[in-house]
Structures are given as structure tokens and as C-alpha cells.
Design a binder for this molecule. Sequence first.
Ligand code: GDP
Ligand code: GDP
Length: 464
Amino acid sequence: MSFTLAIVGRPNVGKSTLFNRLVGKRLALVDDTPGVTRDLREGAARLADLRFTVIDTAGLEDATDDSLQGRMRRLTERAVDMADVCLFMLDARAGVTANDQMFAEILRKRSAHVILAANKAEGSAADAGVLEAYGLGLGEPIRMSAEHNEGLNDLYTQLMPLADQFELRAQTDAPDTDVDLDEDDDQEPSHVPTSAKPLQVAVVGRPNAGKSTLINRILGEERLLTGPEAGITRDSISLQIDWAGPDGVGVPMRIFDTAGMRRKAKVQEKLEKLSVGDGLRAVKFAEVVVVLLDAAIPFEQQDLRIADLAEREGRAVVIAVNKWDIEEDKQEKLRDLRESFERLLPQLRGAPLVTVSAKTGRGLDRLHTAIMRAHEVWNRRVPTAALNRWLTGMLEQHPPPAPQGKRIKLRYMTQAKTRPPGFVVMCSHPDKMPASYTRYLVNGLRTDFDMPGTPIRLYLRSQN
Ligand code: GDP
Ligand code: GDP
């Protein structure tokens, strides 16, 4: 089994109900190893194609005495330490209670991966509670109804990338020593191939930047028509390929080519419009946007517009400067390019800038590496504990402003989403926060957690 999920939360929020759903009819294995109390139940869970171990801290249901809080704390801490991922459940109808706060505190400090579930969320009676849950600083809560089988899709969506990560780790850490405890479960092949969803890449840029030539070069064959031929009526197209990187390993990619469409255009003005509209579609489709520039005329208005669009749409961006074969003083040109890039596209600070020649094929490995890296960063999740340690340091180094003598307090933060990374900071008077301080934090995140080439979103949420 690839990883362990612990369900934690105070009594009666619905932990066992979820546990039973995940484990299904398969026997929950009660751990009777000496020294391990029966407070923790363990079972073999299944959620769509995911297989994992689930731990439930159910034994607390009968705890009624004064020591309840202490016991809950100890039990939760143990479960958290045993697990790779914690699902922290609260009762959305009851809202966030003091005990929930205590759990949140433990999880923020102790757990690398927390998934927040606001349970009993069927119907509108739970709306307020779901919103309140957001304020725990543990990311976006899943609206769940364990009883009515709702929210499990969202749970799957959050678990899946982690599952891949743990799978990889397990493969590199140790030989496969898993024992299949589930006798009935013999239908599944032991190695389900990981879904090879192709990485979605768009190549955008002005007409004649070299998009078709580049894609041809990647394909290694003249499948697209390049050059000045007019009148080819073809819409934007995408192609799926395995593009091998410097290590020779093919990576499935779907490349969206915007070159075809502009050939229909006859008038210069119309051509420009078409390219932008087409670029927009490509950007919306893509995970990674490669902005292809012509080295001879880089950072033209249209290039800037499309790069800005990619940033606003929250895509990972790679800047590729084409026709590098023609450049004579490459050193100086590169310096100029970097300078222009910083000045003209400050919103994309840190995005990789690579030089290529679609014609000769030089630099394509660099481009491959840059795309893969930008995609990885775009998907990156920073653990909550590390974020909060970082935030403390940032606040000490440069305290937030105090408009009208009242200092804005930043309490804690968490990463609420990926693709691109989005962070929530709980603070007092978010409306008074100057943009410069937000920029300070965003730039700090980018540098300290090494996240170049991706937009970073920072959301301020009010908590007084
Ligand atoms: P635990 O103590 O956290 O393990 O909670 P249980 O799973 O035993 O559930 C406590 C109570 O909440 C039970 O009466 C469940 O039927 C009920 N419950 C669990 N999930 C839901 C839900 O999604 N909606 C509603 N309305 N009730 C639920
Ligand atoms: P698109 O409109 O962006 O698809 O551009 P094309 O791929 O049609 O290329 C436009 C022109 O630039 C063609 O004449 C290509 O041969 C030329 N071109 C493309 N890439 C390079 C390159 O890396 N070096 C040089 N010297 N010319 C290139």
C-alpha cells in the first residue's frame, strides 16, 4: 500500500462514517499489537484507483471524562506521526469549535500534508461552517458528506498527486515488501500504470517567431508546413508526442500549435487580432506556456501581451528566444534580453529564459528541461509548518505596516492550492495591506521556496 491516511478530528464529526466508506466491506483490521491501544483503527482503503492504509482515531467516542482533551491530543499526535497525510474533519453544521482549533494547531505544526474536510455539508445549513473552516489556515476545505457519499471526488483529487509522490518515494526508498492483506482483492494488477496524462504545452508567439519550425523540430519530422505558404486553412491544432529530454526519457506532451490559423489571415491587422485570440485559447488549454520570441525582434507588444495573459491565467511560463543561430554576439545579446525581460515583464520574475534554434535544433534540451521544471514548480506544495516558520522570519525581518497606528497582524498561512501555487494568509485588516508588502511576501516565497517560472497567488483573509 502506497501511503497512510489518518482521519483526525473531535468525536462525532463523522470520522468513522468516512472510515467505513473508504474501507467498505473489507474487514477493518484492528491493531492488537501490544503497546498500541485500540483507540486507533486501521484498514485497507480504496478510493477509485487509489489503495492506501487508513487510520481512524475512533476510540474517543466514549471518552467523556475531563481528560478528554489531553487524550485527544495525544491520540491525534500519534496518528499524525504514523501517517503520510492527515484528513482533518470537522462538523460544518457545528462550525469551528475550540477543540477544532486545537487540532488545527497540532496539524499545522506536525503534519506535512493536511487535507481539510468540512463534513455534514449536505444542504445549506453547513455553508457558514464551511467558510469558517477556511479560516483555520489549512487550505481550502472539502465540502463533504460522508453519510451521503459527497465530496469523495474532491478527496480523490487532493490525494492523487500526493499518492504519486509517495509511490515514487517508496520505489526509490525500499524494495517492494508490501503484503496484500486483502484476499478478495485479487482482480487488480499489482502495478497499475500511472495515468500518463500528457503535459499540456502551448507554443505561442508572434507570426514568424518560428512556432511551426520549432514544433516540427520537436516532432523530428516535417509534419507541419512551415514557411511562407499561404492559404492553408487549418485551425489551431494540438499534437500528442513523447518528447525525450536530455536523459533520453520520453515525456508524453500535448502541444498546442497556434501557427496554423494565422495563415488564413490576409490583412496585417486582422492577422494580429487572430493571433491574439488564438493565443488566448492556447493559453487556457495549457499547463505550461512557451512564449516564443524572435531574437531579432524580442519583446514586441504582442509578445508582452501574450506573456501577461499567461501570467494572469495562472500558467507556468517559459520564455524561449528563437533563431539564436543568427545572433553573433550571443553573450551581449543574452544580457540585453535578460535586462529587457526584467524591465518589461516584472510579473514573470524568475521565469526561465532559454535560447533555442528551431532551425538547427540547438537548445531544445534546455527548453525541455525548462518546461519540466516550470511544470513541477507550478504543481509544488509547500508544507504548512515550513510556511509558518518562514512567515515568522519574514515578519521579524520586515514587520508589516501599521496604518493609523494599528499594526496589521499576520497570523498564519497555508497553501490553499497548486497549479499555480496559491497561499492564504490569515490577517487583521487585509484591506489595509499595501501592495508593496504583499509583493515582499510573494517575492520571498519565490526565492526562499525556489519557485521560479510560475505565478504565485497570495490571498489575504480577514481574522481579527
Ligand atoms: P466520529 O465520532 O467522528 O467517528 O463520528 P461518526 O462517524 O460516528 O458520526 C457521528 C454522527 O454523525 C453519526 O450519527 C453519523 O451518522 C453522523 N454523520 C456522519 N457523517 C454525516 C454527514 O455527512 N451528514 C450528517 N448529517 N451526519 C453525518
Ligand atoms: P510561425 O509563424 O511562428 O509558425 O513561424 P515559422 O515556423 O513559419 O517560421 C517563420 C520563418 O522563420 C521561417 O522562414 C523559418 O524558416 C524561420 N525560422 C524559424 N526558426 C528559425 C531559427 O531557429 N533560425 C532561423 N535562422 N530561422 C528560423
